[in-house]
Write a new protein. Structure first.
Length: 307
């Protein structure tokens, strides 16, 4: 079944910004935002899916350690498979190898302890160590699911002058969403005034009990300063780990020397032949158009947005 577009109502007085479901994007796109304007035109923001190494970046991975995760870690019954560890091994190794300036990634369990606010440190793992590490779950599973302590842990241990990229994995509903949003806004304001380097926070939901509405609220959080901190993914829908980089790109990254954006009728919407094709593109399609064509050199990619 197709997923409904994700809505963001941060812009009052105008139509909401929507996110095209990932399974409807075509290569090389990783994410597409769009908004139907009052005049019928279609505003589009398109992200090219790519890995982007950032010099000196610091990374971390946080695994939900609340009580509902027991079966995920294979601890409910004898012989039950550990479904978290293989995913965590790959993700942790990927961060260490592809992004972290140290060549290693800090790993923790969060939402542990009776109140669900305790952090259990796993350690800092290299790519090789992560690939062979058994993520077997925390010593004490939590009674609640509080995300804020995990976020604070990474921020408190981070170098403010270096990029931060943190992946947080959960299977359920957050008990402190409003506190996380409030803290995130403070972080964004700190970044906006230059008190700290940029951050990207990726929350990944696993299983059928996740509260996707909460994840979407974080993804579409309006920080008030134009800083987009959060992105969310659904583990079952991820085709490749590079998808965590979707919102890391910006207009300064050039992917091709020249190219154009065309409407389906072949009319030029945006011309990049003099500037180069950026990894993040924004443009407006005329009223009545339902998609666009990315032309790079002799290749064309057609992306449909509206059905």
């Amino acid at each position: 079944m197709d997923r409904a577009p994700i809505r963001s109502y941060c812009c009052l007085g105008r139509n909401p910004m929507l996110t095209l479901p990932f399974e409807k994007t075509v290569e090389p796109f990783g994410k597409i935002n769009y908004r139907q304007e009052p005049d019928g035109s279609l505003w589009v923001r398109a992200y090219i899916l790519m890995e982007r190494a950032i010099e000196g970046a610091q990374t971390g991975i946080a695994l939900d350690g609340s009580g509902t995760m027991i079966s995920w870690f294979g601890g409910r019954r004898k012989g039950e498979p550990n479904r978290v560890s293989p995913f965590a091994q790959k993700m942790c190794a990927y961060l260490a190898q592809k992004l972290d300036g140290r060549g290693s990634t800090t790993a923790i369990y969060w939402a542990t302890g009776e109140d669900g606010k305790t952090i259990e440190e796993i350690g800092t793992l290299s790519a090789d160590e992560a690939e062979n590490y058994l993520f077997k779950g925390p010593q004490v599973y939590g009674g609640y699911t509080h995300l804020l302590p995990a976020l604070r842990y990474f921020i408190d241990h981070a170098d403010k002058k270096k990029w931060g990229f943190y992946v947080l994995i959960t299977d359920g509903r957050l008990d402190d969403l409003e506190a996380v949003k409030a803290y995130s806004i403070l972080l964004a304001k700190s970044i906006a005034v230059g008190d700290r380097a940029p951050l990207k926070l990726i929350i990944i939901g696993m299983g059928g009990d996740i509260d996707q509405k909460q994840l979407e609220e974080l993804d579409n959080l309006d920080t008030g300063v134009g800083i987009d901190l959060w992105d969310h993914k659904i583990a079952e829908n991820m085709h490749q780990l590079a998808e965590i980089f979707t919102e890391m790109v910006d207009g300064s990254v050039i992917i091709a020397a020249q190219g154009r954006i065309l409407d389906p009728s072949g009319n030029v919407v945006k011309d990049y032949r003099d500037t180069g094709v950026p990894a993040l593109m924004e443009f407006t399609l005329p009223a009545g158009q339902t998609g666009f064509v990315l032309e790079i050199e002799k290749n064309q990619v057609t992306q449909r947005i509206l059905s």
